[in-house]
Design a binder for this molecule. Structure first.
Ligand code: FES
Length: 154
């Protein structure tokens, strides 16, 4: 259930948006900040709060890959596999991380520390291959850089 504080945050945004539908994405971000993912319960809460059909909230949440539809680890590694990153080895990068963490894409380590996902362009094509870990971008990736990043997060 969304906390009262987060419901208030969503309410406070109302005056910045032309209608409640346009509040859907900010509300989903707030829910994801609270839980680390967007649960069915959170989507129901948002639908009630914004007085919108639940199907609309689910439609938006499932369309955008940045909304996690299931729990993720403490560190959510999102490897971009779109064209620029793919041309510069994102598949190898993804495989390398999976091997290091002993998980497959879409899985979470047993200690709930890391989840790895492959995602579409993150808008940093000039520094491909790249990945996002929680809110941080890591660019021009190499196996050595990945080793360092993972070591710092462990
Ligand atoms: S293709 Fe990877 S950031 Fe754009």
């Amino acid at each position: 259930m969304l906390t009262q504080e987060n419901k208030n945050k969503i309410d406070a945004l109302r005056k910045q948006f032309p209608d409640t539908k346009s509040l859907t994405i900010p509300a989903l971000h707030i829910a994801q900040e609270q839980y680390g993912w967007v649960s069915e319960e959170a989507m129901k809460d948002i639908a009630l709060l914004l007085n919108l059909p639940e199907s609309h909230i689910i439609g938006v949440a499932t369309f955008y890959t940045m909304f996690n539809k299931k729990p993720v680890g403490k560190y959510h590694i999102q490897v971009c596999t779109n064209v620029s990153c793919q041309l510069l080895g994102s598949e190898k990068i993804s495989r390398y991380i999976c091997n290091k963490l002993n998980i497959k894409v879409g899985e979470t380590t047993s200690d709930k520390k890391f989840t790895i996902s492959e995602v579409e362009c993150l808008g940093s094509c000039g520094t491909a291959p790249m990945m996002q870990v929680n809110d941080d971008y890591h660019e021009n990736l190499t196996p050595e850089k990945i080793d360092k990043i993972l070591q710092e997060l462990k």
